[in-house]
Design a protein. Sequence first.
Length: 297
Amino acid sequence: MATLACLGLGYCAQRYVSEYGGRFAPIIGTTRTAERAAELAARDFGGRRVEMIAFDGMTASRGLLAVIEQANALLISAAPDEQGDPVLGALHEALAAAPRLSSVVLLSTIGVYGDRAGGWVDETAALDPANERARPRIAAEQAWQEFGRRRATPVAVLRLGGIYGPAQNALVNVRSGRARNVEKRGQVFNRIHVADIAQAIDAAFAHRAAGVFNVVDDGPSPPGDPIAFAAELLGLPPPPAIPFAEAVKTMTPMAASFYAENRRVRNDKLKQVLGVRLRYPTYREGLRALHAREGES
């Protein structure tokens, strides 16, 4: 069977392995510390284990170099920084020479589009991020696409909306009292359930896809809507609405930066080219499913 290397075994990669990991053997993942690597190696992901290697984003061990030499498919979710993409930075020569590598999927963000004043964007839109945090993502996308062109290896860039799923959703926040119902006139966000991210990754590998794909839901909506819907599902009163001008005073700079960008993102290419049919087209279907399986919410 084919070997899968997950460079950054985070929330999305874990869900992918849990649902679709049976297509690969072995599966190798990386994380930044030996302690976290040991923890993840002991876990069960959909009935299978992942071989884990510590990778600090700077130095490639002999073990990791050997993995790259054997890998057929790469799932990249390790975040880039101002110094560039850590995987390409530390492993470029090994990746360029990898004899079996036939497909790469890179997880990115719709934050690369910046602010569009609530207007619609698709994959053809120019990139104009509103915050500096997205600029390394653009550089990483471009570097991986150039890598793919030089090697004639397909690289699919998946630009993700706001991720939610088990243990990471509005139900959890409302139940714990952490939810904030922030009101900002005209503001909308696209979201995406982690299970739909997993099937997008699988479709990209199955098609040996190249190019950029928006992985978002069908219904961009105001920030307070999922919170109010989650409260309704739980039979709890929704948190009181807080005007953005008040809420921003106690937000972290990162949280506030999300409200500086307002756009509606199309997902037609995901459906038409990769054939993905969203399990959870909006937050309503996603939250209902999570609520129905209380252990996952």
